[in-house]
Write a protein that binds this ligand. Structure first.
Ligand code: DP6
Length: 349
């Protein structure tokens, strides 16, 4: 016999960034972060997990290709969910798995992204969140989504925020074992449903410095990071939560752009410096800044993760349509700029 569970999880984009770990093994961050979860129709991971007595070992396929599960991050997630497994019974098929059986049984995992894995579009966030959620359902773990987020966090930090829709806060936590470093929902997906997210894919090449390596070097060498984590982010988190709750776009846009810029400044302050944005990214920033200034009130916010792709959050559909017009004018498809495709991220609406 085989028992299978399939889950689908969207990716998330941070508006207050996570950058830097205080504990690399448990993946504990140096500051809180806030993100928006995208609509699963546009950018998500679909994962099927299966268990059968005929499986000789745990195995995983990513986009159809087998990958190794020996890495610590996968092992952490598998171990933590197995430790919480409960009895499972399928009466119709006469199958019974007791809590103890899970220690001996192996799982097969098949995971697909509906977007390029290496495009710098936070595929690890959706991937680990989906893996943990699907395993928890298969093994009948009783933990709620916040508790599961603390497990997904041990796969990839940003993954903990993909267990919820809407706007989500990852609380850095205080205790050493990391049990209070988990995600909570700030508002659900219906709260601010006129926002529209457009991702301008500047390059789909794999990033040169992975987030994990990049943030390690930043923690070791950047004084600006310490100032950011202690003095800047705690205040920004409070202001950002207020802006989201009050649907105050001007304040939301100001904080989002400022935090993205500071994250990239911290990368520059790293030794050796890390450059994630390129000339096209900088031109997009200038274009949005100029437009916002000319209108008087911000219409669009931009944010960039560990890569050159722009995530643009428009106030509403009208602003999104105007933004697309502008982008197509300044960056026509197949022009000599690298910017050649747009992905509608929409919000988890
Ligand atoms: C720039 O979650 O990919 O996207 O915890 O090492 O797996 P690891 O890093 P990861 O880092 C994401 C960094 C970011 C900002 C963010 O999502 O908050």
């Amino acid at each position: 016999w085989v028992i299978m569970v399939t889950a689908q999880t969207p990716t998330n984009i941070a508006v207050i960034k996570y950058w830097g770990k205080r504990d690399e093994k448990l993946i504990l961050p140096v500051n809180d972060s806030i993100s928006v979860t995208l609509d699963p129709a546009h950018l998500c991971t679909t994962t099927t997990v299966a268990v059968s007595p005929s499986f000789a070992q745990d195995r995983m396929w990513l986009n159809g290709k087998e990958i190794s599960l020996s890495g610590g991050r996968y092992q952490n997630c598998l171990r933590e969910i197995r430790a919480r497994a409960c009895d499972v019974e399928d009466k119709e098929r006469g199958i019974k798995i007791s809590k103890k059986d899970w220690e001996k049984l192996h799982v097969h995992i098949a995971s697909y992204n509906n977007f390029p894995t290496a495009a710098g579009l936070a595929s690890s966030a959706a991937g680990f969140a989906c893996l943990v959620f699907a395993l928890a359902k298969l093994m009948n773990a009783k933990e709620d989504n916040s508790e599961l987020s603390a497990i997904a966090r041990q796969g990839s930090g940003s993954a903990c925020r993909s267990l919820f829709g809407g706007f989500v806060k990852w609380k850095m936590g205080k205790v050493e074992d990391g049990s209070d470093s988990l995600a909570v929902q700030v508002v659900d997906e219906k709260h601010w449903d006129d926002l529209v997210i457009i991702i301008a894919v500047v390059s789909s090449r794999q990033k040169e410095t992975s987030s994990t390596t990049g943030m390690r070097e930043t923690v070791e060498t950047s004084l600006l990071l310490q100032h950011r984590a202690k003095e800047i982010v705690p205040k920004r988190i409070v202001q950002m939560e207020e802006s989201i709750k009050n649907r105050n776009f001007a304040s939301f846009a100001h904080l989002t752009c400022a935090d993205s810029n500071q994250f990239h400044a911290v990368c520059m302050d790293t030794c050796p410096p890390i450059f994630y944005m390129n000339d096209t990214s900088h031109r997009i920033i200038s274009c949005v800044e100029k437009w916002n200034r000319s209108v008087g009130t911000p219409q669009v916010a931009y944010t960039f993760d560990a890569g050159p792709n722009a995530v643009l959050i428009a106030h509403n559909r009208k602003a999104a349509a105007q933004l697309l017009q502008k982008l197509l004018f300044y960056f026509p498809p197949n022009s000599d700029t690298e910017l050649n495709s747009y992905v509608l991220g929409d919000k988890s609406i």
